[in-house]
Design a binder for this molecule. Structure first.
Ligand code: ATP
Length: 234
């Protein structure tokens, strides 16, 4: 569904992604693990055309997207839950969700998409009129996920959704990611929380200093010595 082939990306002279190749197949949860500054967020930015690769190719459903505008990439069925949630803090919960109704052309479609999101996140329905900036961290994460799902993406990319959340909320977020996949959306998940990510993922990649150093099933990665010592604290 999504493929990155030999991608190199830079910030000015700073070479951040090096010969990066990975793929996400329809129906999978795939995780990209890495420490701080490994290049995880840059990978997301490169998929979404915010950073342009200097070499390599990115395809979605067999079509090149590495020279396509970000809004066109989203129109093709990719959605991003950005790092740090980035909700519109001075807008209400329901207004934030409506901002995600990117492709809806009429009110009835937006309303039915809203109801679908409220079924997945009943908490957001209770708080529909509340300003997003006053939500708790966990609620803001749900809102960022709900907003991304409003456009009915085929593939949703999530950048460290567990960041800064208490253990119980982290569990809720990962449960929700499984529900999202069960409802038919493919998931590409960038995480520092290797333990939780490998619990729910089918496959994973490990990124170190901009290079993929490991690629395997989640269960094999869980048993891998490098992953155990560097990412699972074993
Ligand atoms: P974290 O888990 O801490 O968010 P990450 O794996 O997502 O880390 P990136 O944000 O992709 O890492 O950053 C990779 C490298 O690129 C870092 O060395 C960072 O300092 C550098 N970098 C990121 N954004 C920029 C930018 N806009 N300009 C220059 N360098 C940048």
């Amino acid at each position: 569904m999504l493929e990155l082939h030999n991608v190199d990306a830079y910030y000015g002279p700073n070479h951040v992604l090096r010969d990066l190749t990975l793929e996400v197949k329809k129906g999978e949860i795939v995780t990209l693990l890495g420490a701080n500054a490994a290049g995880k967020t840059t990978t997301m930015k490169t998929i979404f055309g915010i950073v342009r690769p200097r070499a390599g190719a990115i395809t979605f459903e067999g079509q090149r997207i590495d020279a396509v505008s970000t809004d066109q990439i989203i129109t093709r069925g990719l959605a991003l839950v950005p790092e740090g949630r980035r909700v519109f803090s001075r807008m209400t919960v329901s207004e934030n969700l409506e901002m995600g109704a990117y492709l809806a052309t009429d009110r009835a479609t937006t309303e039915s998409d809203l109801e679908r999101i409220y079924t997945l996140f009943p908490r957001l329905k209770e708080r529909g009129k509340q300003l997003a900036g006053t939500l708790s961290g966990g609620e803001q994460q749900m809102l960022a996920m709900g907003r991304a799902l409003m456009a009915r993406p085929q593939l949703v990319c999530m950048d460290e959704p567990s960041m800064g959340l208490s253990p119980i909320l982290v569990q809720t977020v990962f449960d929700t990611i499984q529900q999202i996949r069960a409802a038919g959306t493919t998931v590409f998940l960038v995480e520092q929380n290797a333990n939780m990510a490998l619990n729910i993922a089918d496959r994973g990649y490990v990124l170190q200093q901009g290079r993929i150093v490991l690629s395997d099933t989640a269960s094999n990665l869980r048993d891998n010595d490098l992953v155990r010592s560097a990412y699972l604290g074993a």
